[in-house]
Design a protein around this ligand. Structure first.
Ligand code: SPD
Length: 292
């Protein structure tokens, strides 16, 4: 399928039938096939440089911060003392950039299966890929499952920054992967994963949340707004090992840390878990008494 027609990139996909996000293209910077997927980077007229994998927008320079900040800071501020953090996927480096804002974190591992994503992000998305420059970062080009097998009870926080459950990322949305993350978490650890969109994917979110509730003591769902993802919204599944809720930050962000952020705030941390009634009901089968 042609991704660019008459100077416009169209994001069509089986996971959002009947709708498409379009961005005007100024210049194609790279287009090729990696070992795993189609990789496209283009300069857009209004959204900066854009990374597209298998026809799906992963980041635009204009709004990426909303996703990366919320995905990294919700679990990190919900944990009292995160020292060792694992990122699975996230080859553009944006999540690393955000984790690096936490001075208490001592080691950051990233497991990205597709080296080309890192290579072209370093070249064309330097404001994200600068995350790789932090000296605490160790890069592994390998399957996240394999790495976790070798690192049991190793991490305080695991963040899975994946593409959608079509192609190479589909296993990351299945229960065995969540079981593997659970084994790799230290006691009281937190996982935060790409949780798709409440307007489009409740049939995917609900069974996953249900099935992992047998393993994790808490399974919660937060979301952020982001104009260039399907339906302008994306969620996060946040699950804890032998711990209470992650809905409130348990450490205070310093003013210097907050100054470095454009989206996350302690207020938004709490607010992001408050779901519209239809989504609350569909995912958790309940609405709060006040709302009912
Ligand atoms: N529908 C696209 C979801 C993409 C989520 N991952 C993006 C990677 C950003 N670091």
């Amino acid at each position: 399928m042609d991704l660019i027609i008459d100077g416009w990139f169209h994001e069509r996909g089986v996971l959002w039938p009947g709708q498409a996000m379009s961005l005007q293209v100024k210049n194609v910077l790279y287009h090729g096939r990696s070992l795993f997927q189609d990789v496209l980077v283009f300069e857009s007229t209004n959204h900066g440089n854009v990374l597209v994998l298998d026809g799906v927008i992963q980041v635009t320079e204009r709004d990426e911060f909303s996703y990366q900040e919320m995905m990294a800071h919700i679990p990190l501020y919900a944990h009292p003392n995160p020292e060792k953090v694992l990122v699975i996927g996230g080859g553009d480096g944006g999540i690393l950039r955000e984790i690096a804002k936490h001075p208490g974190v001592k080691e950051i591992f990233i497991c990205e299966i597709d080296e080309d994503v890192i290579t072209y992000s370093k070249k064309y998305l330097p404001s994200l890929a600068k995350g790789f420059d932090d000296p605490r970062v160790t890069v592994k080009i390998m399957d996240g499952n394999k790495f976790m097998e070798e690192n049991q009870e190793g991490f305080d926080v695991i963040i899975t920054d994946s593409s959608d459950p079509v192609g190479p990322a589909s296993v990351l949305f299945e229960t065995p992967f969540y079981n593997a993350m659970h084994r790799s978490l230290r006691d009281k650890g937190i996982v935060c994963t790409q949780g798709e969109c409440m307007w489009l994917h409740l049939d995917l979110i609900r069974p996953l949340v249900n099935s992992i509730s047998n393993t994790y003591t808490t399974v919660e769902y937060a979301y952020t707004t982001i104009p260039t993802y399907p339906s302008g919204q994306i969620g996060f599944i946040i699950a804890g090992k032998n711990r209470e809720s992650s809905k409130k930050p348990c450490r205070t962000a310093t003013s210097e840390e907050l100054e470095s952020m454009k989206y996350y705030s302690p207020e938004l941390h709490e607010a992001s878990f408050v779901l519209p009634r239809f989504a609350q009901k569909a995912i958790f089968g309940e609405v709060t008494k006040k709302d009912s």
